[in-house]
Ligand binder design. Structure first.
Ligand SMILES: *Cc1c(COP(=O)(O)O)cnc(C)c1O
Length: 524
């Protein structure tokens, strides 16, 4: 057993400390922080510049008569403002980030070192290609690794996230259907009910009609329902399937599904967001996949979100490769060349361009660094450890929470809210309780096929000690819920902000600071 003891598990809970209990609003060492406009003052500035020598008025008399109402702060005030805000963020460098489906793994510092090498960091996308041969070579090598790991013959590097990669794959499928004269007739795309929301959204954006496939009782695709939907008519363009799926389970019938969809004249789009569970062990090309995006910010450890940007290269089968988007790198006698325009390479029927320039160069460097530092055997171990860690958490938490499906999971552990029955506590309260324990909540209420779902993905980068520490914390919250501890209904108690009206914030976001009457007057 681990040595980390969480005394909240044994101690009766104190009444929540009140924000008014300290003048600064401090909880721990965190002070309350206002907006720049609230803490700065109009008559202050952090710099001392000489007044401009009278310059010629080129504004035709419309120059401001008074300075704009911008807040002035001294340098330390400005620095503290941003550092305080940054301390309110949970981050992968602060602790385990249990978000399922998101794969929040450690971002190795070596990746950052490599991405900052001037030869990569300082290249400009409009430089002559002869001066960026090294960057093109790196792209070629990354593409090579991605094709080898997936056993697929082509890859489009430019998509800028998973959802963008889906768009790339589905546009390639659409282009292939039009090339066969079936673009107008094959309009239906089959998507399992457990799918990530981006799948149906992408299909719809490409003009397809989304048809949901039922989930079987074991959390996998219902084969009978799939067969029935395929046999109904000849209008199926393809299927979008995630493997391992969003319930954290391997779709064992994937080869049968691929054959069924191909026999019906459709294409197989595989959502590769969960590739980290099988990298080095399973090659999607061997499973009959026609297109699959790979989230470099999930499987290959490049940063997420604010630390991003994401990157979603999309591998393509022989059938779809001719339709890949521009630009792509080709090898010529004079060196590597970026093919920038549709029609430039006559052998291809590119569907067009997905973004300006070539994609996320900095992420290519980081992902390739991760691949090279692990090697082929290391990447295989990544998948094995990710699956082992998830199963360890599932096993440790099974006694106090309710696993959604029997048996082993892949890289993420999925629980339903069955254990909360008759407690008055809900999934949301468990997530908020976890914040008081110092953890970002797990993914909740997704996938939709599991009631009150809690989806937990530890990734391979957590040690056993960290997993135990997290399991202790979550188990203590689950035990409080079982004991009907109603203080969970108002958690978090120790976070700078308590329960927020998230629905109102999403529907009515206040994105504009409204100056006070005093500030307005000063600006006149
Ligand atoms: C993360 C994810 C996506 C979308 O990827 P982004 O990079 O966030 O656009 C799609 N499908 C699944 C299953 C995912 O987990």
């Amino acid at each position: 057993m681990n040595t980390f003891k969480n005394d909240r598990a044994t101690r009766p809970h104190d009444a929540a400390p009140d924000a008014a209990s300290s003048v600064s609003g401090s909880r721990g060492l965190l002070q309350a922080e206002g907006l720049l406009f609230e803490i700065g003052s109009l008559d202050k500035t952090g710099v001392d510049l000489p007044a401009p020598a009278g310059s010629k008025d080129r504004l035709g008399g419309v120059a401001r008569s008074a300075p704009p109402a911008l807040p002035g702060l001294s340098e330390p005030e400005a620095i503290r403002h941003y550092v305080r805000l940054s301390q309110r963020n949970y981050a992968i460098d602060l602790g385990l980030f249990p978000l399922g489906s998101c794969t929040m793994k450690h971002n190795p510092r070596l990746n950052e070192r490599m991405a900052r090498l001037p030869g990569f960091a300082d290249v400009h996308p409009l430089q002559p290609q002869s001066t960026v041969q090294g960057a093109l070579e790196l792209m070629t090598e990354l593409a090579d690794w991605l094709m080898k790991l997936t056993n697929m013959p082509a890859v489009a590097l430019s998509p800028k996230a998973g959802a963008h990669g889906e768009l790339c794959g589905m546009l390639a499928i659409r282009a292939a259907l039009y090339a066969k004269g079936e673009g107008e007739t094959r309009r239906r795309v089959l998507v399992p009910k457990s799918a990530h929301g981006t799948n149906p959204a992408t299909a719809a954006q490409c003009g397809f009609i989304v048809d949901e496939i039922e989930a079987a009782a074991d959390g996998r695709v219902d084969l009978e329902d799939l067969k029935a939907k395929l046999s109904r008519s000849d209008d199926v363009a393809g299927v979008m399937l995630t493997n391992p799926n969003t319930c954290g389970l391997f779709e064992r019938d994937i080869r049968i599904i691929a054959d069924l969809i191909h026999d019906a004249g459709g294409y197989f789009y595989c959502d590769g967001a969960n590739f980290n569970a099988i990298v080095g062990r399973v090659r999607p090309g061997d499973l009959g996949v026609d297109a699959m995006h790979i989230n470099l910010h999930k499987t290959f450890s490049t940063p997420h979100g604010g630390g991003g940007p994401g990157s979603g290269p999309t591998v393509l089968s022989d059938a779809l490769a001719p339709f890949a988007p521009v630009p792509f790198v080709i090898s010529t006698a004079e060196g590597l060349r970026l093919v920038e325009h549709v029609g430039e390479d006559e052998a291809r029927q590119s569907f067009g361009r997905l973004c300006a320039f070539h994609g996320q160069m900095g992420m290519y460097v980081r992902a390739l660094t991760y691949m090279l530092s692990h090697g082929a055997d290391g990447l295989k171990q990544v998948a094995e450890d990710a699956v082992l860690n998830a199963n360890y958490l599932q096993a440790r938490l099974s006694a106090v929470m309710s696993p959604a499906f029997p048996g082993y999971c892949m890289h993420e552990a999925l629980f339903s809210d069955a254990f909360l029955k008759d407690t008055g506590i809900e999934t949301l309260d468990i997530a908020k309780g976890l914040i008081d324990e110092g953890y970002h909540p797990m993914t909740m209420y997704f996938p939709l096929v599991v009631h009150g779902a809690m989806l937990i993905e530890p990734t391979e980068t957590e040690s056993k000690a960290e997993l135990d520490r997290f399991a202790d914390a979550l188990a203590s919250v689950a035990n409080r819920a079982r004991a009907k501890d109603q203080t969970l209904k108002t958690a978090p108690h120790h976070a700078p902000a308590r329960r927020l009206d998230e629905t109102r914030a999403a529907r009515n976001p206040v994105l504009r600071w409204t100056p006070s009457a005093e500030a307005l007057k000063a600006a006149e």
